[in-house]
Design a protein around this ligand. Structure first.
Ligand code: ASP
Length: 356
């Protein structure tokens, strides 16, 4: 049988066939509930994901539905429609999905003019024998599947980008307007993201666990704000911005993409869980590895600590959840069937100085 035809039922059947004792152990376990975990901006997404899981949707589809709320939200400036553009003012989106039962995945990178890149990634997984499509090829594939092209650059995102461009270098040809800082859209941005670090990032991740033990996940982003045109971060890279395996659980990442790529963040979390660590301990162990690999001077502060934040999220096949970040103060979103969605504090490696 081709691996792609392997279903959760086949997996359970083969486990049961392995012996009566194994089957008895499975039967003795309490009924599992649907669980979703995600980034801090995924509160509504994890709720919708669990609703979709409860309605019987596969975990990967449920996660894609959940993150679709952020992709369509113009106020979510790190994702989909209204996402901040690259250095040239062009919105380029990255997204990936993975199904931990069939171990199939789909992804798109530097995709322009399509509001829901996660849905395109799902089609790449289901309707091709490949995993990652980029740029114009990804757009042509989306068109072929009937996705509608639209301008994703909102007026607010354009103004924020222009402000960044005009203030990025003192000696270039761009001059900021005197009254620009008073613009309500710019004030909105500075209030939300702060002015001391005018280059934050935004991404949404959701990992989903179904009652039958199936897992799936999705990460979608407009990437690092004002990135180099064509720059692709961790979000659409399987093993970096997301990874899952129904034998173990699911994990995802948001934050500094390059550091996550170097240590294969999400796959490393899953491997630590495979070795027996809890989701939170697996996220922390991965972050320790990421920090050990942060050797470039431009990534380290005067005390040698990372100058970036990386956030990791994980759910085990047993339904335990956990999240951790490089720096203190981060949260993650969790929802279990029958309970409201909640934001929980993430574990961390370094305590942020009070003034930060
Ligand atoms: N990880 C994303 C990227 O590097 C950005 C983010 O999550 O904030 O593109």
């Amino acid at each position: 049988m081709p691996a792609s035809d392997l279903t959760r039922r086949d997996l359970l059947t083969s486990v049961a066939a392995a012996g009566v004792a194994g089957a008895a152990a499975v039967a003795a376990q309490p009924a599992r509930r649907q669980v979703a975990i995600g980034s801090v901006n995924a509160l509504a997404a994890v709720k919708l994901t669990v609703e979709r899981l409860s309605a019987g949707e596969p975990p990967v589809d449920a996660a894609v539905a959940g993150v679709g709320l952020a992709e369509a939200d113009p106020d979510e400036v790190g994702v989909g429609y209204g996402g901040l553009p690259n250095e040239d003012g062009v919105v380029q989106l990255d997204a990936a999905v993975m199904d931990g039962v069939s171990m199939r995945a789909g992804a798109v990178a530097a995709l322009e003019r399509i509001k829901h890149p996660a849905r395109v990634a799902l089609q790449v997984m289901r309707r091709t024998t490949r995993i990652l499509l980029v740029g114009d090829g990804a757009l042509r594939f989306a068109r072929a599947h009937g996705f509608v092209e639209e301008n994703l650059l909102t007026e607010r995102a354009r103004k924020i980008w222009l402000y960044w461009k005009e203030n990025a270098a003192p000696d270039d040809d761009w001059l900021p307007a005197a009254a620009e800082a008073e613009d309500p859209d710019l004030r909105w941005f500075v209030e939300k993201y702060g002015s001391s670090y005018f280059r934050p990032q935004g991404t949404i991740h959701v990992s989903a666990l179904a009652a039958d033990g199936g897992v799936g996940c999705c990460t979608t982003t407009s990437g690092l704000f004002f990135k180099l045109p064509g720059r692709v971060g961790d979000s659409p890279l399987i093993g970096c911005g997301l990874y899952c395996d129904a034998e173990v659980g699911s994990a995802g990442a948001t934050g500094h993409g390059e550091s996550c790529i170097i240590s294969n963040g999400a796959a490393t979390v899953v491997e630590f869980m495979r070795q027996g660590k809890s989701p939170e301990a697996a996220c922390l162990a991965t972050l320790e590895r990421v920090v050990r690999s942060t050797r470039a001077a431009f990534l380290r502060d005067t005390e040698g600590r990372p100058r970036y934040n990386l956030n990791l999220y994980a759910v085990s096949a047993k339904g335990e959840v956990g999240g951790a970040s490089t720096w203190s103060g981060a949260q993650h979103a969790v929802c279990r069937s029958g309970e409201p969605a909640r934001l929980l504090p993430s574990a961390y490696l370094f305590k942020r100085p009070a003034a930060d």
